[in-house]
Write a protein that binds this ligand. Sequence first.
Ligand code: NAG
Ligand code: NAG
Ligand code: NAG
Ligand code: NAG
Ligand code: NAG
Length: 369
Amino acid sequence: MKSFAVSSIALLAGLISTTSAQTHTDCNPLNTTGCPNMQALGGNATFNWNKTGIIQNDKVWRMPNQGKIDWDGYGATFTIERSGDSPTANSVFYMLFGRLEVVMRVAKGKGIISSAILQSEDLDEVDWEFQGSSPQILTNYYGKGDNTTADRGENFDLDFVPQDDFHNYTLDWTKDRIQWWVDDKQIRELKYAEAEGGTRYPQTPMNVRIGAWAAGDVTKNQKGVVEWAGGETDFSEGPFTMTVKTVYAKDYTSASEYSWEDMDSSGDWQKVKVIEGKSDVLQEIQSPSGVTERWDALSKGAKIGIIAGALGGAALAAVAMLFFCVKQRRAGRREAQALLTQEQKEAAELSEYKSQMQSGKFGLGSNRV
Ligand SMILES: *[C@@H]1O[C@H](CO)[C@@H](O)[C@H](O)[C@H]1NC(C)=O
Ligand SMILES: *[C@@H]1O[C@H](CO)[C@@H](O)[C@H](O)[C@H]1NC(C)=O
Ligand SMILES: *[C@@H]1O[C@H](CO)[C@@H](O)[C@H](O)[C@H]1NC(C)=O
Ligand SMILES: *[C@@H]1O[C@H](CO)[C@@H](O)[C@H](O)[C@H]1NC(C)=O
Ligand SMILES: *[C@@H]1O[C@H](CO)[C@@H](O)[C@H](O)[C@H]1NC(C)=O
């Protein structure tokens, strides 16, 4: 694969506009105090998205972006129907070292990117990425968002077509090494010291982000991004669907929360404060009523985010304000403020997701067979 670089100015033009504050990205724990605690998984969980209980309503997974997530009997379907769709499921929970197994069928279609990644609030990141028109798999990682070197990404040929069938893509992440597994084969290992002496090694609590987007959308993305994605997306050939059958996650720390309280600019894992106890997420997963949420049960905030995304950035503010006003009358100022904050966070995450994707952060690297 050819690697390329995209300038930040060029990228800004391609970003979806959002009207809300960057509440999510503003708090960089490496140089800011008081960043909020993260909920831990603190154990293991299997998400069987081949059953109707798709995504637990905001307590376990959130869907910040525009685009349809549904169910088709095989799994949760992440469908791109039109320009601007980028259906994404983000885990509410974080893991401090851990394991992620995603059994999925990759979306077919020129310029369509399917991804399953781990990412932290200070932009540590470990990636699986697929182009919709290529049988290759792209692996990548980032430490503290540093994208100044082009030697982190590696592409691999597979002995199957990932768009045709379900396969198991596993990340195993410890303080010493990260392994990428495809089914029962390890295809890559990164040792701590190999990431610039560990300074660029992912080592802060990461959450799970699974989704698909049209990097080949010429109305939204720069030429370089479209080329990187494998070419221009023709939406009339859609819809484009990525299907996720199961997700297994295991946190290697048994925490209830992670805190940035003791963090400094090093971003070292030793500076992450582990708050012991049973996590709310694990409690939710293990409660009998906790697994039945579907689209219908999505939070109003998430629905508004998706609808507003369809309408465009400016409309988001209007809808959010309308919701704010209605809600304010009904539920009082404090509750309304909390809802609005959540909506802003979701909108900010949409923007962050876009910029992270569009910054061409994926698959810049060498070819491996
Ligand atoms: C690298 O990261 C910076 C800061 O996050 C961003 O502005 C820039 O667009 C990124 N560049 C590339 C080539 O991804
Ligand atoms: C923290 O670092 C980020 C990324 O480098 C930067 O955008 C932000 O302005 C910094 N914040 C403070 C308070 O220094
Ligand atoms: C998952 O956690 C449960 C306890 O909640 C434990 O019994 C089980 O062995 C764990 N499974 C794996 C694969 O780690
Ligand atoms: C869902 O997947 C699990 C494990 O892959 C399997 O045991 C179960 O039968 C499947 N359920 C349905 C409804 O397909
Ligand atoms: C996925 O692959 C890994 C590595 O071979 C294996 O340990 C794990 O059991 C597999 N998980 C599923 C759900 O098939």
